[in-house]
Design a protein around this ligand. Structure first.
Ligand SMILES: CC1=C(CCC(=O)O)c2cc3nc(cc4[nH]c(cc5[nH]c(cc1n2)c(C)c5CCC(=O)O)c(CCC(=O)O)c4C)C(CCC(=O)O)=C3C
Ligand SMILES: [Fe+2]
Length: 387
């Protein structure tokens, strides 16, 4: 197994981010106040088979936090951190921020980049793993947003996507650091904690669709979990036993989603004698609502009811190795674009773990949910937008 690399910061080189002249920080979006909650949830669930009771329940989660999701401040912090790291390397490009489901919307971010003179943009999605929810849905919305952006000079606006970065060394390293710190925060007289990695559940059908041309969503997580647990155990001087659990299931009960649910899993662990856990939210890049509610509110309460000691590790947020890794990833994507444009071989791509680097341009049918059922929506950043 390859340990997370601690390579020195790669030089931006003379080509820098060319051919890109702007970066799109592309995220989910979230409400800024109580009045935003319902319209936001309607945006998220348009055309989805989510029961009303589930929606009312999720609205309550947001109201519990004043109707405001932490995700927007977290994206602003990430944008500022990216800008600072780009500047540190002498890379002078605007970073615009756009969301699929709330203001600032993707189309406005693209218009902002266009107004600043951008013609070719590299998109960084705030989802580390690939599936319909973390990749294709972003690309479908991007296609629609590109369609809505005026191009008065007649030159098209092109957006390329940086690959899913779950196994990029920066993301893995930041998670290792966070896990090691969480172990340090557990009380010395508690039992050696078991490490429970947590991610967003998805329907089994979405899991199957994520495996069109490589590792599935679940397999991507297992690769990261294995790598993070091994590296953390090494740093701590003692091996850690780990599992992968899921949170935030929605959809009708009749529809199978990835399991075990983190709460059920904690019960099973308690029944088997585990008294201490560290929860590592490897499926999420920031402590947004799903982490604040499903983990910090629900799962920690479950653990305490079961008499367990539980500490939640940070998500990667704006940790330095993560931010540095994202800028490395942008530079790598730019080098790939230059190679593709020149018909030259692509440069090597940095990874940690056993899986290869995820594809930078999606293959036909990638993460497609409804093939054969409807005509599908076209998606940007793929070989064939219509498949
Ligand atoms: C894999 C995945 C990630 C992880 C990757 C990533 O981090 O991006 C993620 C992130 C997020 N999900 C979020 C919020 C919601 N997700 C929902 C619904 C759904 N998510 C799904 C998947 C994922 N979602 C799925 C398969 C559904 C069912 C409907 C559908 O097929 O799309 C719903 C509807 C109600 C409900 O069902 O819960 C809401 C409100 C927020 C914002 C949080 C905030 O406001 O701070 C974020 C970052
Ligand atoms: Fe994809």
């Amino acid at each position: 197994m390859t340990p997370p690399s601690t390579d020195p910061t790669p030089d931006a080189g003379t080509a820098g981010l060319a051919p890109y002249d702007a970066v799109l920080l592309f995220s989910f979006g979230g409400p800024n106040g109580p009045d935003d909650v319902l319209p936001f949830l309607r945006n998220v669930t348009a055309g989805k088979n989510i029961p009303d009771e589930r929606l009312a329940e999720v609205a309550e989660h947001y109201h519990h936090f004043g109707g405001r999701s932490p995700i927007n401040e977290q994206n602003l912090a990430l944008r500022a951190a990216l800008q600072a790291e780009l500047a540190r390397r002498g890379l002078d490009v605007p970073v615009v921020w756009g969301n699929r489901n709330w203001e600032p919307y993707t189309r406005d971010a693209l218009a902002e980049a266009r107004a600043a003179g951008a013609h070719r943009i590299v998109a960084l999605v705030t989802s580390a793993y690939s599936s319909y929810s973390g990749c294709r849905q972003y690309r479908e919305d991007l296609w629609a947003a590109l369609d809505a952006v005026a191009t008065p000079d007649g030159e098209p606006l092109v957006v390329d996507k940086a690959r899913s970065y779950f196994n990029h060394p920066g993301f893995v390293q930041a998670n290792v650091d966070a896990v090691v710190e969480a172990y340090g925060a557990t009380s010395a007289d508690a039992a050696w904690p078991r490490l429970v990695f947590v991610t967003h559940s998805i329907p089994d059908t979405m899991e199957a669709a994520s495996a069109v041309a490589g590792a599935s969503y679940r397999e991507q997580h297992l690769d990261v979990a294995r790598t993070v647990a091994a590296a953390a155990g090494q740093r701590l001087g003692r091996p850690v036993e780990w599992d992968l659990a899921f949170c935030s299931r929605s959809g009708p009960p009749s529809q199978p989603w990835l399991e075990p649910d983190v709460n059920d899993h904690l019960e099973a662990l308690a029944a088997a004698g585990t008294t201490s856990v560290v929860l590592s939210p490897i499926g999420f890049v920031s402590d947004h609502m799903e982490v604040a509610f499903d983990l910090d509110t629900e799962a920690l309460a479950t653990a305490h009811e079961l008499g367990m000691t539980a500490v939640r590790a940070d998500s990667v947020g704006v940790r330095e190795p993560f931010v540095r890794g994202l800028v490395d990833l942008l530079l790598e994507r730019a080098a790939i674009a230059r190679a593709d444009d020149a018909g030259a071989p692509r440069p090597a791509e940095a990874t940690a773990g056993d899986l290869p680097a995820f594809r930078s341009v999606c293959v036909p049918g990638c993460c497609r949910m409804r093939e054969g059922v409807d005509s599908g929506r076209p998606a940007a950043c793929s070989v064939d937008p219509w498949s």
